[in-house]
Design a protein around this ligand. Structure first.
Ligand code: ZN
Length: 123
């Protein structure tokens, strides 16, 4: 099989490893696509995040506690809201630092900040 892009190369490797369907790009949290996907994976999480978006009045909020994203904060502030990805599970969340730490402890996720390179399949 030939490949011309990093995405094709990644797909080829995954297919050789027997992973069906190959690589799927991670989904940006709190988009309609993300809610649809989360309804399949964890309906409870999808409902909770929907409620938080409604309460906060913006999609730019923590999906677990509803604190709205505030760009005046520092990235290490407990209320800093960011998009996170666990690349092993290809699962994404928009969480504040506190809720991200709780998710990591409770569910064993290992989050990295979601970047354009993740979405393009370069990482
Ligand atoms: Zn939170």
């Amino acid at each position: 099989m030939e490949w011309n892009t990093p995405e094709e190369f990644q797909r080829m490797i995954l297919e050789r490893m027997g992973i069906k369907g190959g690589w799927t790009p991670p989904i940006i949290p709190h988009t309609s696509e993300w809610f649809e996907d989360m309804m399949q994976k964890s309906p409870q999480t999808a409902f909770q995040s929907m409620q938080m978006v409604e309460l906060a009045g913006t999609e730019e909020c923590c999906g677990a506690c509803g604190v709205a994203a505030d760009e005046s904060l520092d990235t290490d502030d407990s209320d800093w809201v960011e998009n996170w990805i666990d690349t092993r599970h290809n699962i994404t969340f928009r969480l504040c630092n506190d809720c991200k730490a709780i998710q990591e402890q409770m569910n064993g996720y290992k989050f990295e900040m979601l970047t354009v390179d993740h979405i393009k399949g370069k990482i």
